[in-house]
Design a protein around this ligand. Structure first.
Ligand code: FUB
Length: 376
């Protein structure tokens, strides 16, 4: 019910936003655009404010490094490329890094830490990145399209979590698709999860081999396309093994199927560990949930549990989960600052809480509705 109410609010807001964005001053530079003024009657009430308002920031990957929270987002901007099904309008060209001593504290923008012009193999579309630390070195992992318009995963290395990062000459061998997320297990091993369908090109691969520019989806009653995982090599610059499927199972132990849009994987993998269990969370894409599944190994299989974050304002939903000073947080984005533009998003943060059985309490990015008055 709450979800329906949210959609009603989002629908109203999008009508207002469409009108408002149509009236915008197109001479403004994208990076200085601010949210359109709208009557508070037309705006849904959001549970929190954007963390950054002088840039558009999306896909926030948060980590605790050197005692602080560092966030590695995509840097959205309005490149003027029209929207299409491949996501060409997500035409990002560089990355900033942000840090804060604690959630609610001042946020430092460490500036541009990597630009597509510096990456020999990358042509365009720097999508959702992630970062990892090993032995005092910091690794920024990022997807970008190569000269053939094929997504690969790159890595850039730095001496500080705040960058700058120096890119490797080539993308990670045998990497493909988008949305790398690197998880450090408690035994010191690192794993990269990746994959995204539609614009993320995961559907163009079978057994880790590119099948050409064709979109190959299993039938609705067949297991859905799986995200991938590989243990990282000791130098953090490649995979120590072949990418493997990450299985997401339903409550009966059967793989989630292609037709199960509310639960099947789309993009935005993230893994965290809580009370000895592995939590694999991800976006369901065209149904806009951040869902999660729990397993006993970083490789899975993971059993579907539910929704962490309900749909936000904007098409994409993408998140990360981090613990800092004993509190768990969900970093996510929405399009509130841009008045609903799908490709101009802003990162936000919410507290994440567990139930006693280890399941996660569902979060809404909107303010709770007043409870209905019940009369006899
Ligand atoms: O930011 C570009 C793409 O949008 C990301 O890679 C996806 O996860 C989605 O958020």
């Amino acid at each position: 019910m709450k979800q329906k109410l949210n959609f009603q609010r989002v629908g109203l807001f999008l009508i207002a936003a469409a009108f408002l964005t149509g009236c915008r001053n197109e001479n403004k530079t994208p990076e200085t655009e601010t949210a359109p003024a709208a009557s508070s009657d037309t705006l849904p009430q959001f549970a929190s404010e954007p963390l950054v308002t002088d840039n558009y920031t999306a896909d926030p990957s948060a980590h605790v490094f050197e005692g602080k929270i560092y966030v590695y987002p995509s840097h959205d901007w309005d490149s003027g490329i029209p929207e299409d099904d491949t996501g060409a309008h997500f035409n990002m060209k560089d990355y900033h890094v942000y840090s804060m001593d604690s959630v609610g504290g001042e946020i430092t923008d460490h500036g541009v830490v990597l630009d597509v012009e510096e990456v020999a193999w990358a042509k365009r579309q720097m999508w959702a990145p992630d970062a990892a630390e090993m032995d005092g070195k910091y690794y920024l992992y990022f997807p970008a399209k190569d000269e053939n318009d094929i997504f690969r995963i790159g890595v850039a290395v730095g001496d500080s979590p705040a960058g700058p990062f120096t890119p490797q000459e080539e993308p990670i061998a045998k990497s493909y698709s988008i949305d790398p997320a690197v998880f450090r297990d408690t035994d010191g091993e690192y794993y990269m999860y990746l994959g995204g369908i539609w614009g993320g090109q995961l559907q163009r691969y079978r057994n880790n081999e590119y099948q050409g520019e064709q979109d190959l989806y299993p039938a609705d009653d067949e297991p859905a396309l799986s995200p991938k995982v590989a243990r990282m090599s000791d130098d953090m610059l490649g995979f120590a093994e072949e990418l493997k499927d990450v299985q997401i199972l339903d409550e009966n132990g059967n793989p989630i199927t292609t037709g199960d849009n509310e639960r099947r994987f789309f993009e935005a993998a993230w893994v965290h560990k809580y009370n000895g269990k592995y939590y694999f969370s991800y976006s369901t894409g065209d149904t806009h949930n951040i869902a999660y599944a729990i397993g006993d190994s970083p490789y899975g299989p993971f059993t579907y549990q539910g929704v962490i974050l309900e749909p936000v304002l904007g098409w994409t939903n993408h998140h990360s989960i981090v613990e800092h000073n004993g509190q768990w947080y969900l970093f996510y984005h929405d399009s509130s600052l841009s008045g609903g533009k799908t490709y101009l998003r802003s990162m936000k943060v919410a507290k994440l809480e567990y139930n006693e059985d280890g399941t996660i309490k569902t979060i809404s990015s909107f303010k709770e509705e007043e409870p209905d008055v019940v009369t006899n």
